[in-house]
Design a binder for this molecule. Structure first.
Ligand SMILES: [Zn+2]
Length: 185
């Protein structure tokens, strides 16, 4: 009878994917050699952490210490430029990378998940856009890295399309969701 109860508990954990690990922080490597762009991402990450109220993202100078990546892609799409601001096109791509290691008893539980992400941006867009537009796209792709899906409200950071000159984006709602996801760091 005792054995039976233990098995039920394990199945519950595995089936529901209940995530009890509350220590999600991300060590990002910047893949590239342009120091100016490195500084751009350092600024975006500093602002992100400040708004989140905790250090969620780290930019690593030593790539071997990183489990997550920022990649820049040339010509991600054809981009229409207007005064140096990209108007149309896919400007970024973000994905979570979640691996699961087995415990010494061979069970996979929510406790031994490893969280990382890969976020990609169009090189031309990053080089030419203004700070506010960059923050919206950066936060959007990091959101995907934090397993967030697109939403239907145009004010949301996770709305699939954005005018990067938007002035009334709901950053507060976005960072509330970030805090809920990463838990108590
Ligand atoms: Zn998206």
């Amino acid at each position: 009878m005792h054995k039976f109860i233990i098995i039920i508990n394990l199945c519950f954990l595995a089936a529901c994917g209940t995530d009890t690990s509350k220590n999600k922080s991300y060590h990002l490597a910047f893949v590239g050699s342009d120091y100016g762009l490195y500084q751009t991402f350092q600024g975006l990450i500093d602002n992100f952490n400040q708004s989140a109220g905790k250090t969620v993202l780290f930019l690593e100078t030593d790539a071997t210490k990183a489990s997550s990546q920022i990649q820049l892609v040339e010509n991600m799409v054809n981009i229409t430029n207007f005064d140096g601001i990209a108007e149309n096109g896919i400007l970024g791509d973000g994905r979570p990378v979640i691996s699961q290691s087995q415990t010494k008893f061979g069970f996979k539980t929510a406790d031994n998940k490893n969280y990382s992400m890969v976020i990609k941006f169009d090189l031309h867009f990053i080089q030419n856009s203004r700070a506010k537009g960059l923050a919206i796209i950066f936060d959007h792709e990091v959101g995907h890295g934090l397993e967030m899906q697109h939403t239907a409200n145009i004010k949301d950071i996770m709305y699939p399309n954005c005018e990067i000159t938007d002035t009334d984006k709901d950053f507060d709602g976005y960072f509330k969701a970030v805090r809920n996801y990463v838990g108590d760091l």
